[in-house]
Ligand binder design. Structure first.
Ligand SMILES: Nc1ncnc2c1ncn2[C@@H]1O[C@H](COP(=O)(O)OP(=O)(O)O)[C@@H](O)[C@H]1O
Ligand SMILES: [Mg+2]
Length: 340
């Protein structure tokens, strides 16, 4: 049963393995986090680090060759993994946890009017009449900043930004407790991105939903999130409140990511990117996944995958040398640190 102290969503030791002809791909490993009521929880990391896999596992939308395991995965105290498929689809998916998928483009059927698709999705879960569902759809379009008249349009008549907003309207349609947005602004031009982010902020203050916001853009995450998880190689390397993460970063990968993106305070300074490429994730990880690219690695990093440590309340770091963070922070500012 749900308890007021329960987090909205609680995940412990989530893992996902894809079976491939090259062997098992460990796309997500040891992932633990909570999402609280009415917060934006940001998940950031380079492309291929397992962000989409993580949320697909939660929503049971994994590809056929993927298998998820977890010690715990609860929504308002309810164990999601134990629910049978039909209950999950009827009671959780869209009703309680909805998703704006990574390519909203592909999410609308090209031969039906956008409005009809929103209305149908409402009616599939609720006893609303068509007129009620239509009214709700118009309201939702208004919330995301689309003219309700556009409900009559076909998907191809929408720009990328409009389609993204229509998808957000769809995700809001059943008043879910949690909305997961997978790269909601990726591929859109900066002005459209800004407009969508503004809408997401408004939605969040008007509605009571929590949001998991996924992106590879650390500037977007910084601007939008209350708390942030930084992923690398299928694992969460560091998580903390947005303020802690930016003022007191500990993991070398976080330091590298921060360097790679401009911010208001670093405008004009040279961008430093992290040399090397992310791990392939084939086979189990026996060392810190970031060790091969880490400027501060030593034998310990290559001999075992470090445990997650809570270094301050709510600030969790997975690095064998988290005690040296202050020194790393200074060194990480130098370009030469990343080149050697
Ligand atoms: N169906 C699949 N079969 C095998 N590997 C997959 C499959 N889907 C994703 N992957 C791999 O899993 C890893 C994580 O992918 P993904 O979750 O899409 O990352 P992200 O969303 O962070 O870009 C990548 O290495 C990707 O190639
Ligand atoms: Mg993705």
């Amino acid at each position: 049963m749900s308890n007021p102290q329960d987090p909205l969503l609680s995940v412990r030791n989530l893992g996902v393995v894809y079976n491939t002809s090259q062997g098992p791909v460990h796309a997500v490993s040891n992932v633990s986090f909570d999402v609280r009521e009415n917060e934006v929880f940001g998940i950031a990391g380079e492309s291929g680090c397992g962000k989409s896999t993580l949320i697909k596992a939660l929503l049971r939308l994994l590809a056929e060759n993927g298998t998820a395991t977890a010690d715990r995965c609860t929504y308002r105290g309810r164990a999601l993994m134990d629910m049978d498929e039909e209950d999950f689809r009827r009671e959780i998916l869209w009703q309680e946890i909805s998703m704006v998928p990574q390519s909203a483009m592909a999410s609308f059927n090209p031969v039906h009017r956008v409005g009809d698709q929103v209305i149908e999705s409402i009616q599939a879960h609720r006893d609303d009449s068509r007129a009620q569902a239509m009214e709700r759809a118009a309201e939702l379009f208004d919330v995301v900043g689309l003219e309700p008249g556009l409900l009559k349009s076909y998907p191809h008549e929408f720009s990328g930004g409009m389609r993204q907003r229509a998808m957000i309207a769809m995700a809001l349609s059943l008043d879910p407790g949690l909305i997961i947005m997978d790269e909601p602004t990726t591929g859109l031009d900066v002005l459209v991105q800004e407009r969508i982010l503004r809408r997401i902020r408004e939605i969040r203050s008007e509605l009571k939903s929590s949001i998991i916001l996924i992106t590879h853009d650390i500037a977007v995450i910084a601007e939008m999130s209350d708390r942030i998880a930084i992923m690398y190689g299928g694992e969460i390397m560091e998580q903390a409140s947005a303020i802690d993460l930016f003022e007191n970063p500990h993991h070398p990968y976080t330091l590298g990511l921060k360097n790679a993106f401009p911010s208001i305070t670093t405008l004009g300074t040279e961008l430093i990117s992290i040399p090397g490429s992310p791990p392939t994730l084939v086979g189990p990880v026996q060392s810190c996944p970031f060790a091969p690219r880490c400027p501060f690695d030593d034998a310990i990093c290559h001999s075992a995958n470090p445990e997650a440590k809570e270094i301050a309340e709510g600030h969790i770091v997975r690095c064998a040398h988290s005690a040296d963070a202050a020194r790393f922070r200074e060194l990480a500012k130098e370009k030469s640190t990343w080149l050697s």
